[in-house]
Design a protein around this ligand. Structure first.
Ligand SMILES: NC(=O)c1ccc[n+]([C@@H]2O[C@H](COP(=O)([O-])OP(=O)(O)OC[C@H]3O[C@@H](n4cnc5c(N)ncnc54)[C@H](O)[C@@H]3O)[C@@H](O)[C@H]2O)c1
Length: 428
């Protein structure tokens, strides 16, 4: 069996490696020549524990190859980005482009699996796109009998930093356009997945993934909103939450500077897109969390004001869970306006993070955002998770460390999210 994994990013590459190290011939495909070259050399384009050894092993035994064009295969796994557009609807352009590459290679008998997080209906949309390009083949949305091609969705829910473990141990939801599609896709996951494989229909699988992240977003929004309310009332939110959590059935999360990861800030919008009139709580949660980085940044500026007369720059590290954004606020000498420079630490998530950051932080202007170099990658969850720190001028990091994603290199002391004062601590 030969499997082509389309998109060698944070999800696609570990998936390709997991299959290859279990003896499957895997063709990794990416539009990035840089990534393809790195994988061919057995190098790691992403920082992820155990991935380097696994890639070298898979390439070394000849099971994993890398390509810029989609080759013939028995199964295709799509793990390309699904950012949102300026109106916060899903941008399915990467999926559509990947389907174009697959369509020309189909002979009949292949299984296609969408792993990208997508709005309900996307898997069926893939079937329709492919049918347009290949009218000679029968696709699952066209027949109640046996199609030539089986298509399913299997969302990914790994935690960066633990991907190589969770990709094997997590349960998987596999949703087929038909039952047969789900069963065909499940056969592939049984190769490397030790978790339970739950079969369902494609839309339910798509929705299950969005609902997971929506759940996180709503719960984080509750904590973040509490922090704003307590600040307004002059109360210590950490103490309030600690006391409330003494209730045996209450477990309020800790507030932070927004939400982390590039999924939680994006995926709930796909639910809003699917049911805009009904998803009121989900929309509000997204808005509450989306406003939090700006609120924290404003506090950074206020706190840093005494070090800068007139204030010119504030350095901050807005970090949570899976990605870190180094943000720089600079007051324009001409307009007196604060401008934000921020760089997600992981280039391939640039569109995701940039889109969500821009949408959630309207003062962040496109022209202020430097291009994200390909080799800059998502770090392992950093110990400064959820810490926002302002650098005083004397402790400002060197220019080479400016955009570093590690707290040490940034000059940020490690601090865990504990007392409220730590969120905005100024290093003297
Ligand atoms: N990263 C996570 O933690 C995570 C977790 C769960 C789900 N997801 C979802 O998985 C999907 C992929 O995410 P990711 O983090 O791996 O993205 P990524 O940006 O790290 O990688 C995507 C890769 O796809 C490549 N690509 C884009 N268009 C292509 C095309 N037409 N053909 C071949 N390659 C193409 C890009 O060059 C990039 O290397 C997204 O839908 C994301 O929401 C991600």
């Amino acid at each position: 069996m030969r499997i082509a994994v389309i998109g060698l990013g944070y999800i696609g590459l570990p998936t390709a490696v997991a299959l290859a190290t279990r003896g499957i011939d895997v063709a990794g495909v990416d539009i990035s020549v840089d990534i393809v070259e790195q994988v061919r050399c057995g190098e790691v384009p992403a920082v992820e524990p155990d991935l380097a050894v696994a890639i070298r092993g898979a390439v070394g035994i000849g099971r994993l190859t890398a390509h810029t064009e989609t080759p013939e295969a028995d199964a295709y796994i799509l793990a390309v980005p699904t950012p949102f557009q300026s109106d916060r609807t899903a941008d399915l352009g990467f999926i559509q482009a990947a389907c174009k590459g697959i369509a020309t290679q189909l002979r009949g008998g292949e299984t296609i699996i969408l792993e990208s997080t997508s709005p309900p209906g996307t898997t069926k949309q893939i079937s329709q796109w492919l049918a347009e390009d290949r009218p000679d083949l029968v696709f699952p949305h066209q027949t109640e009998g046996a199609p030539d091609i089986h298509i399913a969705h299997c969302p990914e829910r790994v935690l960066p930093g633990r991907i190589m473990i969770e990709i094997v141990t997590n349960d998987r939801v596999v949703g087929g356009i038909t039952q047969a599609c789900a069963e065909k896709a499940a056969e592939i996951y049984r190769i490397f997945c030790q978790g339970e494989i739950i079969l369902t229909d494609a839309e339910s699988a798509e929705m299950a993934k969005l609902v997971e992240n929506g759940f996180r977003d709503v719960n984080i929004a509750y904590a973040n909103e509490l922090s704003l309310i307590c600040e307004h009332l002059g109360l210590d939110v950490w103490e309030v939450i600690k006391m409330a959590n003494r209730h045996p059935r209450v477990n309020i999360l800790q507030p932070g500077p927004g939400v982390g990861g590039h999924c939680i800030a994006v995926d709930p919008w796909f639910i809003v897109e699917a049911a805009p009139e009904l998803a009121r709580l989900i929309r509000t949660a997204r808005e509450v969390n989306g406003r939090k980085p700006a609120h924290v940044a404003e506090q950074i500026i206020a706190k840093s004001a005494r070090f800068m007369n007139p204030p010119s720059r504030a350095w901050g590290l807005l970090s949570k869970q899976t990605w870190t954004t180094c943000a720089r606020a600079q007051r324009s000498t001409s307009s007196g306006q604060w401008r934000w420079r921020c760089r997600p630490s992981r280039s391939t998530s640039w569109n995701h993070t940039f889109a969500s950051f821009r949408a959630d932080w309207p003062n962040c202007r496109t022209s202020d955002l430097p291009g994200a170099p390909r080799r800059s990658r998502k770090p392992i969850s950093s110990p400064c998770s959820s810490t926002t720190t302002v650098f005083a001028p004397s402790t400002r990091p060197s220019s080479s460390a400016r955009w570093s994603t590690t707290p040490a290199a940034c000059g940020v002391e490690s601090a865990t999210r504990k007392p409220a004062t730590r969120i905005h601590r100024v290093i003297l």
